[in-house]
Design a protein around this ligand. Structure first.
Ligand code: ADP
Length: 485
């Protein structure tokens, strides 16, 4: 059987069937024992009564005569009264009177073990199966004189009523049990379906999801394991859908970002190509050459922008890949800051910004030096780009507790609070044209965040419009403060 519901229902049915059959067997055996015991007790009583009745015919030293009329009469009348066959035996086990005579056992010596026991002084009984009369109970009790056995009385009682009673009980029980098994089987099928129903629904949803339909959700019923699994599936589906939407948005953003410089290059290249046409008008003073140069410079600028954008995209893709590897070493953030300040000095001068080192406390972190440098370059470049001429950008490095802190603060125009939660998202820009003019790609802060997180740190921003902006990077410090030499 291949379906889980089928196997569950079948197992349930088998267990119920075995349990009911075992119970039936136990009850029948117990019932039979009880009925037999009662019959045995009654048979012993009857045998003892018969012993009392025949006792007067046993005289000391003189066994009763075979088929003596008095004894035969007593035996026959008691047999009629008790509904059993009654035999009187002498001390050697020979039948001296049989209630079924003349055809009976009179004159035959009985050798049954229960007869031997009675002739030894002990009453005994035994159940036997006779092909002619079915189950019968033999009960034999000694006839005592001066406490010594001188003969015995043998009572044969049919057990047909016990057997019939037992068969009746068995029939009722089997019918009852079949009904119980049927009900249990139906209940098993219902229970199995209630377990596997949600699993089947989940499976269908997973299959549809596999075919690309990420909007799949399954209704959660109850609080059992399947409900937990369903909840987990729904959460996973939501996350996958969100991730899918983010991916689409990102692709659309990338396409849009690439489109602008490509369109600009095309817009400039087409007239240049038309200029090659010998039929196009030319000016004698060579000013068309100057226009060409201007276009070519503009195109080179757009190409550079494209290159930066593609470079940042590649870097972000590498950083977001699960296989990203950091080349880890001990890096002193103060040294790193000094290096970056030096390398950006010219850019700062060009932007008319005062780029300053604040307090640069030596702090070691374990990390990828080049990538940590990238963090600082991106933050300082943003400061230079957005603070505006005549403003200041200040870099500080400090150690606080087990953390290294790197701050890049400017006194520029600041950022309105509604933008702050989105600042680290890919392609999020407060002022798109300003970012473009300054050579921004909209990916700088996303790269910063990813690098810092890969190092087990965090980055935050505090900004007040009109007062300035401070970015703070926190990284786990490597060990105690570095000794100044
Ligand atoms: P971009 O390449 O556009 O600079 P970023 O991811 O580096 O992209 O920054 C995202 C946006 O955050 C910028 O476009 C800018 O609007 C804003 N921003 C970043 N740094 C500053 C700053 N120091 N002062 C004001 N605005 C800033």
């Amino acid at each position: 059987m291949r379906s889980l519901a089928g196997r569950l229902a079948l197992t349930h049915l088998l267990v119920v069937l075995i349990a009911v059959a075992a119970m039936d067997a136990l009850v029948l055996v117990a019932f039979e024992r009880l009925a037999l015991h009662q019959r045995q007790v009654a048979a012993f009583t009857e045998t003892n009564i018969a012993v009392n009745l025949v006792e007067p015919y046993y005289r000391p030293g003189c066994p009763p005569l075979e088929s003596s009329p008095g004894l035969l009469e007593v035996v026959r009348s008691y047999a009629t009264q008790s509904g059993s066959r009654v035999l009187a035996l002498d001390g050697s086990g020979r039948v001296v009177a049989d209630s079924m005579s003349p055809a009976g056992y009179t004159g035959r010596t009985l050798t049954h073990p229960e007869v031997a026991a009675a002739l030894a002084g002990r009453s005994a009984s035994r159940r036997r199966y006779l092909p002619t009369s079915g189950w019968v109970l033999y009960t034999v009790a000694p006839v005592l004189q001066d406490k010594r056995p001188v003969g015995a009385v043998f009572l044969a009682t049919s057990l047909a009523d016990v057997t019939q009673g037992l068969a009746g009980v068995a029939r009722t029980m089997v019918l009852g049990s079949l009904a119980a098994v049927l009900v249990a089987g139906l209940a098993g099928v219902a229970a199995a379906r209630s377990v596997t129903g949600p699993v089947v629904r989940l499976t269908r949803a997973v299959e549809r999801m596999g075919r690309g339909d990420l909007g799949q959700r399954v209704a959660v019923r109850g609080r059992d394991e399947v409900a937990t699994l369903t909840r987990a599936f729904n959460e996973m589906a939501t996350r996958l859908q969100e991730e899918d939407e983010r991916r689409r948005e990102f692709l659309a953003d990338v396409a849009h970002e690439l489109q602008t410089p490509v369109a600009a290059i095309r817009a400039m290249a087409e007239p240049m190509a038309a200029g090659d046409d010998p039929s196009a008008p030319r000016q004698a003073d060579g000013s068309d050459l100057e226009v060409y140069r201007e276009f070519a410079r503009e195109m080179a600028g757009q190409a550079e922008r494209l290159g930066r954008l593609v470079g940042d995209l590649l870097e972000l893709a590498r950083l977001e890949s699960p296989k990203v590897r950091l080349t880890c070493e001990e890096v002193d953030l103060a040294d790193l800051a000094r290096g970056v300040l030096e390398s950006l000095r010219r850019d700062a001068e060009a932007a008319g910004v005062d780029l300053r080192a604040g307090s640069l406390e030596p702090v070691l972190v374990v990390g990828d030096g080049l990538r940590l440098e990238q963090v600082l370059v991106n933050l300082v470049t943003n400061g230079l780009r957005y603070a505006g001429a005549g403003r200041t950008v200040r870099v500080d490095v400090s150690r606080e507790g087990g953390e290294a802190r790197l701050r890049v603060a400017d006194d520029g125009p600041g950022i309105a609070p509604e933008h702050l939660p989105h600042l680290f998202e890919r392609f999020y820009r407060v002022d798109r044209s300003r970012s473009r003019r300054g050579g921004g790609t909209g990916l700088g802060l996303a790269i910063v965040k990813r690098i810092v997180e890969l190092h087990g740190g965090s980055v935050s921003v505090v900004s007040r419009p009109g007062e300035g902006t401070t970015f703070e990077v926190r990284l786990p410090a490597a060990r105690g403060p570095v000794k100044m030499s």
